[in-house]
Design a protein around this ligand. Structure first.
Ligand SMILES: Cc1cc2nc3c(=O)[nH]c(=O)nc-3n(C[C@H](O)[C@H](O)[C@H](O)COP(=O)(O)OP(=O)(O)OC[C@H]3O[C@@H](n4cnc5c(N)ncnc54)[C@H](O)[C@@H]3O)c2cc1C
Length: 457
């Protein structure tokens, strides 16, 4: 183990927090137990970070990188022997390049701050998810976050043009290119995006931007059948002329639980339907876009594809609709000991998959506390959550659902990553040859195994 005093020489005493002080802080956004670590250092820039890593590499010191600590898979969990390295001081946000539609940011920049900086210049950063106010760019890239707008703009990986990283031994890999086309050998940035801090640390990125939309149209749709939901997705992708930006599904149990908790049971749509969709389009012609959106929704209502619909007529109403989709407090109270899944599978298999999960839970875990299903349907991504009376029951539910998702050829992690929570189930989605190649890469880039040990593989 290294001596914390040596890190103070590099980053300054006030940027090192000792183990005792750290115990006052919860481990992360979700785990309330005290942080156990050797200490936490906050380098100011790539040079200091590189020096810290060179020191740790020399001494075989295990490290964990921290962004906003909002990940859902225990990816920043530490023990008393690990050194935490926070990226929070690398929070530089450059001036957006309006001609090239790019922006250079530090890994510690908060996602929402980047969104706001771009919006002020009439530009859009195409990544958005619930933890936007705390998650950092480095963390979002390290987990390859998805979120609400992947349907339109892609996932975190798709936003990156250039990347700067530091390897385990302190070597700086800088390739901050601001253009789309660059076929100069291996595209190394993609190794670090989505690798959850196990292959190197991301320090800076050049991000791709888009023109900021001038119109947004939002609707809540109700459906009698899943087939109608899937058909409407295809129809809206085509008939909204490429402006569809979100298509979020909620099964009735989740939707009504939030309507009860947030709106005292007064649903924006009367009655009860098995499926609800929150959909949104973003365009550049407010009048035409609104008219087109209304026409597409009305036609689907007339043909009976959509059973009922509400189009938001104000930004307040739009926020209310999004709150039903984004709020998880009622779910957390209901499920107490939650077991949650973030899976991908073909849209055509989703209904059968969810019905099978429900049936198997009722048969094999009869004391389950219900089933909530929602997700980013346009990306083939479902979030499935249940609760069990005691933590001991979690393992059985996980084994059951992961085996089912493997049977459907799905992914055990659509957007949240692997961390420790899903590590033991990775083989359900990856072949032995793929896992061996991942280990080969890990061994080559981090031969002493000091980077986020025990995570991912
Ligand atoms: C309310 C809520 C809603 C969410 N909704 C979504 C959603 O819709 N879609 C989605 O994809 N995710 C969602 N998430 C999870 C999301 O993936 C994470 O919140 C975010 O991407 C992680 O960013 P962070 O800065 O908090 O990273 P952290 O949690 O701090 O770190 C995550 C991982 O990345 C590593 N890491 C952090 N910074 C770096 C770096 N600079 N270089 C290398 N490795 C690094 C860490 O070691 C860890 O392994 C949600 C989370 C919350 C709390």
């Amino acid at each position: 183990m290294i001596d914390l005093e040596d890190t103070r020489q590099i980053v300054g005493a006030r940027n090192v927090i000792d183990a005792t002080t750290l115990r006052d802080r919860p481990q992360d956004f979700w785990i309330n137990t005290p942080t156990q670590a050797l200490g936490l250092v906050k380098p100011a820039d790539t040079v200091e970070l590189s020096a810290i890593l060179a020191l740790c590499h020399e001494h075989g010191q295990a490290v964990i990188f921290e962004g906003g600590r909002t990940n859902l898979v225990g990816a920043t969990q530490s023990n008393s022997e690990t050194l935490l390295i926070s990226l929070e001081r690398l929070n530089h946000i450059g001036a957006p390049d309006r001609k090239g539609m790019t922006i250079e940011v530090g890994a510690g920049a908060i996602v929402e701050a980047v969104q706001q900086r771009c919006a002020a210049e009439g530009l859009r950063f195409g990544l958005d998810f619930g933890a936007r106010g705390s998650a950092m760019i480095g963390g979002a890239l390290a987990t390859n976050a998805g979120g609400f707008q992947a349907l339109r703009y892609g996932v975190a990986r798709d936003q990156v043009l250039g990347l700067e990283c530091v390897l385990a031994d302190g070597t700086v890999l800088s390739h901050l290119t601001p253009y789309t086309k660059d076929n100069t050998g291996y595209d190394l940035k993609h190794l670090f995006i989505g690798s959850e801090g196990t292959l190197g640390v991301i320090t800076r990125a050049v991000l791709r931007l888009h023109p900021a939309p001038r119109s947004v149209n939002t609707a809540l749709l109700a459906f009698e059948s899943f087939d109608a939901v899937a058909e409407t997705l295809g129809l809206m992708r085509r008939d909204l002329h490429g402006t569809l930006s979100s298509f979020e599904i909620m099964w009735a149990e989740f939707f009504h639980s939030n309507v009860d908790a947030l709106l005292g049971g007064r649903s924006p749509i009367e009655g009860r339907y098995p499926y609800y969709i929150l959909c949104e389009s973003e365009g550049f012609d407010p009048e035409e876009d609104a008219a087109l959106f209304e026409r597409v929704v009305s036609q689907a209502l007339e043909t009976g594809l959509i059973a009922d619909a509400v189009i938001a007529t104000s930004s307040r109403q739009r926020s209310e609709l999004w709150k039903i989709r984004e709020d998880f407090e009622a779910e957390m109270l209901l499920f107490k000991t939650m077991v949650d899944f973030d899976v991908s599978l073909p849209v055509a298999s989703m209904e059968a998959f969810v019905n099978e999960v429900q049936r198997r839970l009722d048969e094999e875990v009869p004391d389950n506390l219900g089933l909530h299903v929602l997700g980013h349907l346009g990306d083939g991504n479902l979030h499935v959550t249940t609760g069990v009376p005691t933590p001991q029951g979690k393992g059985k539910v996980r084994a059951l659902v992961y085996a089912l998702i493997a049977g459907y050829g799905g992914s055990i992690s659509a957007e949240h990553g692997i961390g420790v929570a899903k590590r033991d189930y990775l083989h359900y989605s990856r072949t032995p040859a793929e896992l061996a190649t991942m280990r080969l890469l890990k061994g080559a880039l981090d031969p002493k195994g000091i980077l986020n040990p025990g995570k991912v593989i």
